[in-house]
Ligand binder design. Sequence first.
Ligand code: FEO
Length: 171
Amino acid sequence: MLKQKIEQAINKQINAELWSAYLYLSMSTYFESISLGGFANWMRIQAQEEVAHAMRFYDYVVERGGRVKLMPIDSVKTDWKSPLDAFEETYKHEQKVTGLINDLVNTSTAEKDHATVNMLQWFVDEQVEEESSADEIVQKLKLIGKDGSGLFMIDRELAQRVFTPPVKSKE
Ligand code: FEO
């Protein structure tokens, strides 16, 4: 059975993950609007990943006999100044999410909830990847500057991204 404090904290995180999905889907529509289909694809898959993160927490709460409570999802921005602006925000947002995961680890440790600390380890590792992939694209965009053909090349590369459902740690 989950302690109420942990259940509440995970429910909050489910909301944060769904908000992230909303943010990235909004970025996807921004990229569609400026005809960068590869960037739009990357963001759309990123949104799918965030829903998968939320569902991983959701399944965990259910598995531990807790109650998932879905809360309202705040609105998101709809426009960015440039692809670099959107990816800088993505990188910053992922750093913020890392902080939220770390807070959850700290709360679960303080509550001596070892199962939750263990479950969160997957997210600790995932955040390293999340930050790194966003930062890699930021660096590439900085490198090409205003070079249109460079942007086209990155767009083609990002078009290749496919959604791979995350494997559950218990499987
Ligand atoms: Fe769910 Fe992008 O972290």
